[in-house]
Design a protein around this ligand. Structure first.
Ligand code: ADP
Ligand code: MG
Length: 147
């Protein structure tokens, strides 16, 4: 287990690829305020808990990095919240407690293999977050104070 870390801010527009190309929406955060922090953590896939404004607290699996498959010019922070939302929440306050690391960032030979890996990451995150060592962070004051 890693020492949990906290990041948050308003949900910004990304490249619009999550839902449209992959069927996997990711709520992007601005990296600007976290450049120092991000330099301490390897790019890759993380999991934890996400609070969205007054909506609730949800499991999340998150990519941090350059998304080699898409050749992004900038590092992005993109959590996929493991919950079905009725609508988008651009501009709303998003807070993350990051509790675990799954794997380093990787490139993939095809979109299918990328999507399959993301679903595998999701399963890992889903079950890990049921473990008491990770589930307890759902009650983190950083998330609770949003509700
Ligand atoms: P963008 O490139 O602008 O981030 P995406 O295709 O990744 O676009 O879609 C992300 C947006 O979809 C989020 O900003 C949020 O408003 C909305 N959204 C709906 N459901 C989810 C979800 N389960 N997880 C993350 N974002 C979601
Ligand atoms: Mg996104």
């Amino acid at each position: 287990p890693i020492e949990p870390w906290h990041i948050g801010g308003p949900v910004i527009k990304g490249f619009g690829r999550g839902s449209k190309v992959l069927g996997i929406p990711t709520a992007n955060l601005s990296t600007e305020s976290f450049l120092n922090l991000l330099s301490e953590y390897p790019s890759g896939v993380y999991f934890g808990w996400a609070g969205v404004s007054k909506r609730g607290i949800y499991k999340m699996v998150m990519s941090i990095g350059w998304n080699p498959y898409f050749n992004n010019p900038e590092k992005t922070i993109e959590p996929w919240l493991l919950h079905e939302f009725e609508d988008d929440f651009y501009g709303e306050e998003l807070r993350l407690v990051v509790v675990g690391y799954i794997r380093p960032e990787a490139n993939f030979p095809s979109l299918e293999s990328l999507v399959a890996k993301i679903y595998e990451d999701r399963r890992i995150a889903e079950s890990a977050l049921e473990l008491p060592i990770y589930s307890k962070y759902k009650d983190d004051p950083y998330l609770k104070s949003l509700l």
